[in-house]
Design a protein around this ligand. Structure first.
Ligand code: C2E
Ligand code: MG
Ligand code: MG
Ligand code: MG
Length: 280
């Protein structure tokens, strides 16, 4: 009887596996088609200087509408990475975002662009050349581009990754550690890679004013960043109390739904125009 049950369990498991494999294959095929049919879009979330509330940069965030269903990046970035589609997709995001931000800088003020990198994108051949090309073609100065990495990217191919990122930094591109504080090696990461910025993970920011430990940890990260001469960005600001505490801690910049949601290019256009009018 036990054998029978065990056997059935294997069958059920196999059926699940099968469904899972089919779903992954479908997703992979859809991703390929989506890229060809230009179903992807880039949204931009403003990052503000906390002391002045001025927009200093926008973070590019990829969007995919699969038919009429929105697929969150966390659901398709893994499969895109597994199939290698992340490489052409990332190149498209890079070029599109550089072009758009360069345009906004012409018509208003010198905002920067923050871009999320994927591990496979960095280790792909011609990564450094692709970034240089995007800058040259768009006219965006290297110093206006910040590349965001998470520490998991240094787990495999650490040497190659650090070498390529350092090469870009030597060209004037800035580097940021995203989701800072969540990995097991955040501090080791700071020693391996010459970075300019850390972005405090929302899991700390969410507890500001509500949780003593998280508030203390946020304050400690802000101080650490400043002591190392880094720009410190707080992510996931949703409540006024968080904003107030971060200002009081001297955190440099902030990002979150309370400040501004990710928006289509048209939204940034509008935001920059109305902000200019307000200050004129
Ligand atoms: P991330 O780089 O840490 O980006 C911040 C995420 O938090 C974004 O989610 C953003 O929409 C969301 N967010 C911003 N403010 C708030 C807030 O106040 N509250 C809450 N709850 N969420 C907030 P999104 O766009 O779903 O992206 C998720 C992750 O996917 C990103 O995390 C990044 O790791 C990755 N990703 C997004 N776009 C790209 C891309 O173009 N390339 C690569 N390689 N990764 C990307
Ligand atoms: Mg990011
Ligand atoms: Mg983050
Ligand atoms: Mg993240």
């Amino acid at each position: 009887r036990a054998k029978e049950l065990g056997g059935r369990r294997v069958e059920v498991f196999a059926a699940h596996m099968h469904a899972d494999v089919v779903r992954r294959l479908e997703l992979a095929a859809d991703l390929q088609r989506a890229l060809q049919e230009k179903q992807f879009a880039v949204e931009y979330q403003p990052v503000v200087d906390l002391a002045t509330s001025r927009v200093t940069a926008v973070e590019a965030l990829v969007r995919w509408w699969r038919g009429s269903t929105f697929v969150p990046p966390e659901q398709f970035l893994g499969p895109a990475e597994d199939t290698g589609l992340i490489v052409p997709l990332s190149e498209w995001i890079l070029k599109e975002a550089c072009r758009e931000v360069a345009g906004w800088r012409e018509s208003s003020w010198d905002i920067g662009l923050s871009l999320n990198l994927s591990a496979r994108q960095i280790t792909a051949p011609r990564f450094v050349e692709t970034v240089s090309e995007a800058l040259a073609e768009s006219g965006l100065p290297a110093s206006a581009l910040t590349l965001e990495v998470i520490e998991e990217m240094l787990v495999e191919d650490a040497e190659d990754t650090v070498a390529k990122l350092s090469e870009l930094r030597a060209l004037g591109v800035r580097l940021a550690i995203d989701d800072f504080g969540t990995g097991y090696a955040s501090l080791a990461f700071l020693r391996q890679l010459p970075v300019d910025m850390i972005k405090i993970d929302p899991s700390f920011v969410s507890g500001l004013g509500r949780d003593e430990t998280l508030t203390l940890l946020t304050r400690t990260i802000v101080r650490l960043g400043h002591d190392l001469g880094l720009i410190v960005v707080a992510e996931g600001i949703e409540r006024p109390e968080q904003l107030e505490l971060l200002r009081e801690m001297g955190c440099t910049r902030g990002q979150g739904y309370l400040v501004a949601r990710p928006m289509a290019a048209r939204g940034v256009d509008h935001l920059m125009r109305t902000t200019l009018q307000n200050t004129a």
